[in-house]
Each structure stands twice: as structure tokens, then as C-alpha cells.
Design a protein around this ligand. Structure first.
Ligand code: C2E
Ligand code: MG
Ligand code: MG
Length: 685
């Protein structure tokens, strides 16, 4: 109860928090204690003057006792003030206790004075009365200002001082004392009212001050909080940016990996076809903008296939990697590409014909240096075709095509020097393109027909088979198979053309009334042979023509056998299973090894015309060797390109089984075969 009474500031702070209450109480206590010394001094001086300075007579013992009592109490209050100053004023929670302590001392002082007035009032002479009234009213009138920090203390102090003295006056007998008593009571009301007003004002000020301070500290805390949040944000931003950098690195790495997968050849790390063509387009555009020529080298390795076939793919891969390193020495990033197995491309910006030729020669020389793989020394050479942009073409695809064709020409010529694309070559290429276009319509335009060249037994010169040879009348102009077959193979038309030939040949042979034993021997390209539908085609041809399978022979050129051996073997086995015989054509011109041939199911070996031509020279030894090999493989032999009687006699004497050549017959149209079969024309044999 007492506590709540002293803590009347609660009225103001009721809606605020405890901290604000405590701070305000502390401020109020401080204010009371700071102003307290003045009150103590007045009381001490006034009491001393009243007891020892005013009376004419000596102070009585009760007065001295009162004086000692009051001043002892004042001394205790002084000690309390010092203690407060030293210790309690620093503790926020001590505010309310400080107010209580101070109020107790204050009211006790007032009570001392009231006791003095009540006890000694009847004895006061006029001077004493006036002095006491002055002291009491002075002390009381100081309370609205000195005790404003606690309304209860201020009001209680004033009332305790003034009311007893006023009541004593009112009940006195003398009229002037009664008047003074009444004035005293009126003054009490005024002082109490002043205490209420000044107390409200002071408490408001304390409250506002503390509230502001609290706001300031809250803002300060908020500021610190924001600063801390900012700091945390900064740290987080830093971490995020570090994370971003890491992420960028990862993205960069992934992008490069994707780039590698989609643009780089996995073995050589050169650009693949697609990437090289795209880069070349950009380089050509740059060259055009700078009006500076760009050279493109098309490099093809000679001898690589042989290494790959004979020494295995691991060795082949090592060779390609070493070749790549050698080419890299002459190029910059993104300017070299792998086109096919052993074909490479190099783009040389700012290079005219002479520069390109020098670099191409240097690359060719570098590739021709021995290559060491797994302890073996290997040798390769390079055929290089050069095309220049924009002089020869500004299209990347066309430039590559021109450089490729130039390289092919260089390869065919057997010349080791790199070759530059020329107008002659352009004419040749244009002619090839015209032929290619013509080939597309040759079947539907019925421009193809077959000729048949007899193959005779060496012993009796009896027709044993007729080789079907394709002829093309291209708008009245005869185009030889040596010209159009390679083009048909390159473009893929050979499948369609080959199917037509096979069908026609089977059909013709099935109608040969003049000879129903002789076989028809059809040339088959490797592209056809490797086709999954080839066996089905064979079956269809035989079924639709009604030709016995034994009367169908297939001629496959020797170089074919270096391709996919497993697949070729499977196809040949299926052919053999149908009783269709197979010949190795142009034997000796390729590089099949004996072991390879041994494992392949073939029936005839056709000795190439070049050896027959040279039968007087080294050809004889080769033919004898071929006969030996064929014997070992259980194959019969056929000599191609027999043009003279001497050759015929010599070949027969050597043991060749069959002969074919102009000496006996040139390829003839189907309808001419009957006339040729006439025995009269056969007398020359
Ligand atoms: P090949 O299969 O070696 O055919 C033999 C070639 O030599 C034929 O030339 C033939 O006319 C020619 N020939 C035959 N005897 C003599 C001779 O005594 N002297 C001379 N100088 N030549 C002779 P052709 O018909 O020009 O065929 C050339 C090549 O074209 C053929 O060589 C064959 O590889 C290919 N070929 C022809 N027709 C076809 C076909 O229908 N399909 C496929 N894939 N290739 C074919
Ligand atoms: Mg042939
Ligand atoms: Mg041949």
C-alpha cells in the first residue's frame, strides 16, 4: 500500500513499460536528493536560531532535547544523502526506494517541527511566534519546488508542517493568533494546490525526458540492429558473390564440357565437322571485311588405312594424335578440324596462295617424318588440296568441297606436292557435278544398258561366264564406268544403280537361249555389299528372273576387303550359302594380306590387266605368285585384259583357268551375244 502510494508516478507510466517507470523513479529520487541539502540547512539553521538565538532566557531542557533530536535526524538524513549520492543513484532499480527513504526523512523533519509548534506554542512570545511562523511557512512554501518530484512527499510535508501550527492558532484564545491560524489553513490549501501543479509539471518533464531517452536508445538499438543487419547482409552478399563466382566457374566448366562434346572431336580435340564449318563461315566473313585472303587446306593421310588395318585401332589412334600435334604446330585455336577418319582441315587467315603453299608443304614434310608408336617406326604421307576464299568461293561448304576435290586430284596424280585449286580443276569439278546430276535421272531416262564380255575356259575357250559391264549414254555422249562409278559411289547413287544392274543382268542371263550354262558375272561395289538389304536384293533378283543361283557370280574388287572385315565376311557367307560364286576383282592392285584372303570365302581370283599387260616383264612373276596363292586358297583364276594370242598362250601354259579380254571379245550388247556365239567367229581362238 505504502509502496504504491510512493510510486504515484505509476499513474503516468501505467501504460508504459517497467524500464520507463524505473528510469523515471530514479530521476525523481535524484531530483529530491539534489534539492534536499538546502532543506536540511534551513532546518538546521532555523532550529538553532529558534532554540538558541531568540529567547531572552536560556533554552529549556525540552527545547534542547527537541533540537538534539531534530539535528540528529538531520544528520542521519545527511548521511543518507551521501550514501545515496555514492551508491544508490547509480542503480536504476533504487529509484522507488530512494523516494521512500527521502520522503520518510522529509516527513519526519516536518513532524519534528510540528511537535515543536504543538508543544511550545502556548509559551511563544510574539517574536518567537513570528519566527516560527516564518520558518514553518518558508519550509512549507519550498515544498512545491524542492519536493515536486514526489507529489505525496510534497503534500504530506506541507500539511504536516502547516496544519498543526494553523490549528494551534485557530484554537488559541487571542484573536490575532486565530487569524494567523486561519491564514495558515488557507495557505496550506494554496501550498497543496501548488504542490499538485508543480509536481504534475515536474513529473511530466521527467516522464517526457525518459520517454525521449528511451526513444533515443530504442532508435540507437534499432540503428545498431540495422547496422548489424547491414553487416550480416554484407557478409551474405559477399558469400553470395563468392558463390556466384563459384557458380560461374561451374557454369563455365559445364559450358566448355558441352562445347567439347558437341564441337570437338573426342580423339584429336580438333573441331568436328559442324564446329569447323561454323568457324570457317565466320573466318571467311572476317577475311572479306578485311579484304584479306583466307586459305583452306584439306589434308588426307596416305597409308593410314593400312596401319589401322594391320596394326589395330589403338595404334591408329596414336598415329592420328601425333599427326594432330604436328598439324597444330602450324595452326591457331579453332582453325583446325577433323573431317573424317584420316582427313583434316586447316584454315589460314591472311594467307595468299604462296603462303598457303609454303605452310602446306611444311605440314606435308612434318607428317612425312617417322612416327613412333609402341616401339614401331611408321611412315605416312599427306595429300593436301588448297582453296582460297574469296577467290575460289566465299561459301564455307563449297570451299571445303573444292579443297577436298583438289586433294583427290593431287592424290590421283601421285604427285607429293600440295595442289592449289585451279580453273582446270573447276571445269573438271563442274563436269563431275553435271555427271552427278545426270546420274540421278539416268535410270528413269533409260540411259543405262549392259554389255557382256565373255570369260572363256583357258583350255577349250568355251564361254564359262559373261561379265556384265554397265554403259551410260548420257544425252548421246558415252560416259565410261571408270568416270561415273566412283561418282555414283561417292554420292550413294550406286545402290540404286547397282540394283538395276543386278536385276537387268539376271533377267538377261535367264533368257540366254544360246547358252544356258554360262554364268553372268556382275560387278558389285563395296557400298552395295555392305548394305543390309543386299542379300534380300539378290534373292529378289533370282526369284523374279528365275535364274539359277549357280549362274550368278559377283565380282568384288580387292580393296573392298580392307573395309569392315567382319561385316564383309558375314555377307560373303550368306552369298555363298545361296550357291552364288564370288570373284576377287583386280587382284594384286589392293593390299589384302594373304591371311585376310584366307579367311574370306571366295571362288575366283581375277588377275588384273596391268599384270597381263606386263607378262613379258615382272608381270609373269606376279601372275605365278597369284596362281600359287589362288591354289592355296582353293580358288580358280581368271586373267583379265587378254589382248593377244601370245598372252593367251602364255597364261594358259602358266595354268590360268579362265581368260577374258579383247583378244576374245569386247563387251557386247545383249542382243549381239547370239551372233558372237556363232562357231565361225570363234575360229581365232
Ligand atoms: P572391271 O570389273 O575390272 O572390268 C573390266 C574392264 O576392263 C572393263 O572396262 C572392260 O571393258 C575392260 N577390258 C576387258 N578386256 C579388256 C582388254 O583386253 N583390253 C582393255 N583395254 N580393256 C579390257 P569397263 O567396262 O570400262 O569397266 C571398268 C570398270 O568399271 C570395271 O572394271 C568395273 O570395276 C567398273 N564397272 C563396270 N560396270 C560396273 C557395274 O555394273 N557395277 C560396278 N560396281 N562397277 C562396274
Ligand atoms: Mg569386273
Ligand atoms: Mg577388273
Amino acid at each position: 500500500m505504502l509502496k504504491s502510494r510512493f510510486n504515484f508516478q505509476r499513474v503516468y507510466y501505467i501504460k508504459t513499460n517497467i524500464a520507463l517507470q524505473n528510469a523515471s523513479n530514479l530521476d525523481a529520487a535524484k531530483l529530491l536528493y539534489e534539492n534536499g541539502l538546502f532543506g536540511l540547512l534551513i532546518s538546521a539553521i532555523a532550529s538553532t536560531m529558534v532554540i538558541f538565538g531568540l529567547s531572552d532566557t536560556e533554552a529549556s531542557s525540552p527545547q534542547v532535547v527537541w533540537w538534539i533530536g531534530l539535528n540528529t535526524m538531520l544528520f542521519v538524513r545527511l548521511i543518507d544523502m551521501i550514501l545515496w549520492k555514492v551508491k544508490s543513484s547509480l542503480l536504476e532499480s533504487s529509484g522507488l526506494f530512494g523516494i521512500q527513504r527521502y520522503a520518510t526523512g522529509c516527513i519526519a523533519t516536518a513532524m519534528f517541527w510540528s511537535v515543536y509548534v504543538v508543544v511550545f506554542y502556548p509559551q511563544f512570545n510574539t517574536i518567537e511566534l513570528i519566527s516560527v511562523i516564518i520558518i514553518i511557512t518558508t519550509l512549507a512554501s519550498s515544498s512545491p519546488s524542492l519536493l515536486a518530484a514526489n507529489r505525496f512527499t510534497a503534500i504530506s510535508f506541507s500539511i504536516v508542517l502547516l496544519v498543526p501550527m494553523s490549528v494551534m492558532g485557530v484554537i488559541a484564545e487571542q484573536a490575532h493568533r486565530q487569524l494567523l491560524g486561519t491564514l495558515g489553513l488557507a495557505f496550506t490549501v494554496v501550498v497543496v494546490f501548488s504542490c499538485i501543479r508543480s509536481s504534475r509539471f515536474t513529473l511530466d518533464a521527467i516522464y517526457q525526458r525518459n520517454r525521449n531517452q528511451m526513444f533515443v536508445s530504442e532508435m540507437e538499438a534499432e540503428k545498431n540492429h540495422v547496422a548489424q543487419a547491414n553487416q550480416e547482409l554484407e557478409v551474405a552478399t559477399k558469400e553470395l558473390s563468392e558463390l556466384n563466382i563459384d557458380l560461374e566457374e561451374v557454369v563455365k566448366k559445364r559450358t566448355y564440357e558441352i562445347y567439347q562434346l558437341s564441337n570437338l572431336d573426342p580423339l584429336t580435340q580438333f573441331d568436328n565437322r559442324k564446329a569447323f564449318t561454323t568457324n570457317l563461315e565466320v573466318l571467311i566473313e572476317q577475311s572479306k571485311a578485311k579484304e584479306s585472303p583466307l586459305a583452306l587446306l584439306f589434308i588426307d593421310l596416305n597409308g593410314f588405312k593400312k596401319i589401322n588395318d594391320t596394326m589395330g585401332h589403338n595404334v591408329g589412334d596414336s598415329v592420328l594424335i601425333q599427326v594432330t600435334e604436328r598439324i597444330s604446330a602450324f595452326t591457331e585455336n579453332n582453325r583446325a578440324g577433323r573431317w573424317n577418319g584420316d582427313e583434316f582441315l586447316v584454315a589460314l587467315p591472311h594467307s595468299d596462295q604462296d603462303t598457303a603453299m609454303s605452310i602446306a608443304q611444311a605440314i606435308a614434310t612434318s607428317i612425312a617424318q617417322p612416327i613412333h608408336v609402341h616401339g614401331s617406326e611408321l611412315h605416312l604421307s599427306a595429300s593436301i588440296g588448297i582453296a582460297i576464299a574469296p577467290a575460289h568461293s566465299s561459301s564455307a561448304a563449297e570451299l571445303i568441297q573444292l579443297a577436298d576435290l583438289t586433294m583427290c586430284e593431287q592424290k590421283k596424280s601421285g604427285n607429293k606436292q600440295p595442289r592449289l585449286f585451279s580453273s582446270d580443276l573447276k571445269e573438271k569439278i563442274t563436269a563431275s557435278q553435271r555427271i552427278l546430276e545426270g546420274l540421278q535421272h539416268a535410270i528413269e531416262s533409260k540411259q543405262f544398258y549392259l554389255c557382256y564380255q565373255p570369260i572363256l575356259t583357258a583350255k577349250d575357250k568355251v564361254p564359262f561366264a559373261f561379265e556384265a559391264l554397265l554403259r551410260w549414254n548420257f544425252n548421246g555422249k558415252f560416259i565410261g564406268p571408270d568416270v561415273f562409278i566412283p561418282l555414283a559411289e561417292k554420292s550413294g547413287f550406286i545402290r540404286e544403280i547397282g540394283a538395276w544392274v543386278l536385276n537387268r543382268a539376271c533377267m538377261d542371263a535367264s533368257h540366254w537361249q544360246f547358252n544356258q550354262q554360262a554364268a553372268v558375272s556382275v560387278n558389285v561395289s563395296v557400298i552395295q555389299l555392305m548394305d543390309d538389304g543386299f542379300i534380300r536384293l539378290l534373292d529378289n533378283c533370282l526369284r523374279s528372273s528365275g535364274l539359277a543361283p549357280e549362274r550368278l557370280h559377283l565380282e568384288v574388287t580387292e580393296s573392298t576387303f580392307v573395309e569392315n572385315k567382319v561385316k564383309i565376311r558375314q555377307q560373303l557367307e550368306q552369298i555363298q550359302a545361296r550357291n552364288i560364286d564370288v570373284s576377287i576383282d583386280d587382284f594384286g592392285t589392293g593390299y589384302s594380306s594373304l591371311s585376310q584372303l584366307q579367311s574370306l570365302p571366295v571362288n575366283y581370283v581375277k588377275i588384273d590387266k596391268s599384270f597381263v599387260d606386263n607378262i613379258q616383264g615382272k608381270g609373269e612373276a606376279i601372275i605365278r605368285a597369284t596362281l600359287f596363292i589362288a591354289g592355296e586358297l582353293n580358288c580358280k583364276t581368271i586373267a583379265e585384259g587378254v589382248e593377244t594370242k601370245e598372252q593367251s598362250i602364255a597364261l594358259s601354259a602358266m595354268g590360268v583357268d579362265y581368260l577374258q579380254g579383247y583378244y576374245f571379245a569386247k563387251p557386247m550388247k545383249n542382243e549381239d551375244l547370239i551372233a558372237w556365239q556363232n562357231p565361225i567367229s570363234n575360229t581365232i581362238f
